[in-house]
Design a protein around this ligand. Sequence first.
Ligand SMILES: Cc1cc2nc3c(=O)[nH]c(=O)nc-3n(C[C@H](O)[C@H](O)[C@H](O)COP(=O)(O)OP(=O)(O)OC[C@H]3O[C@@H](n4cnc5c(N)ncnc54)[C@H](O)[C@@H]3O)c2cc1C
Length: 249
Amino acid sequence: MKEIQVNVPGFRHDFALVKENRVNQNIGLVDCYRHLAPMVDTDVYMSWLMKQITTRKIPVIKRKVAGPLVAREFKLKKEFSADVIVNCTGLGATNLANDPMYSLRGAVINLVDNSKKIPKLMQAHCVSHDDITSENEIVFIIPRGTEKIVLGAIAEKDSIDTDIHLENYDPIKDMYRRCCEFLPELTKLNINAIDPIRVGLRPFRQDNVRLDREKGSSIVHSDGHGGAGFTFSWGCAEEVTYIVLAMLS
Ligand SMILES: Cc1cc2nc3c(=O)[nH]c(=O)nc-3n(C[C@H](O)[C@H](O)[C@H](O)COP(=O)(O)OP(=O)(O)OC[C@H]3O[C@@H](n4cnc5c(N)ncnc54)[C@H](O)[C@@H]3O)c2cc1C
């Protein structure tokens, strides 16, 4: 926490934040702090990223590539007229890079916040996962754009079925209950009827992120970003760029 205090603007370590933010004072919270952090609306961000590519007339080809990449490097480079292959295939790296990956399944619930039933939520709230609590005790409540609040989360190892909902899966019901217990006014908001739940698999790697050049090849790996792929993305992309430029020079 000391590192955040020194390096991150807007830091405040004060239990009074609980009451100020209308957080439930009867759920055993013992400490809290606040700081500024960048947030993105990932739907908007992903569209923006794709636009950066298409406006530069860079072709986007959607196709499954069979692995391992090392064995198919020459053929793939020829087929795509490429000098370098950057592998950022998340869980696909198990097969493509012979790198055992595992998933932590996650889910979020989308609430609609356009009715002025509660004071506008201007800050995100988060109780992150630690080793003391069970995996499914995460709370995050994130205002997104002007009319949406995203609730999370769960983290379930090697459960790859993404067809889970509030109706058929108790841990999602529990997640909703946890968030509402944390910030009781959320019960006044409706769950988005068209887009109620998003489920995804966080691509983890046993040894943390892999960002390196495959020895003796022109393949660069950037995978295993787990639950922080958006956060890491600019830094990892910059690092990949340095490696690729060094390879080409
Ligand atoms: C509920 C939830 C909440 C999250 N919250 C956050 C957060 O707050 N902050 C944050 O930073 N991150 C968060 N994440 C994590 C983030 O979404 C991931 O880290 C990120 O999406 C990983 O990106 P990636 O491009 O490495 O992998 P992926 O998004 O998994 O993309 C890999 C791509 O490679 C493709 N692929 C795989 N194999 C092949 C193949 N053989 N041939 C061709 N293509 C292939 C796949 O189709 C896919 O398009 C969250 C994730 C979840 C599920």
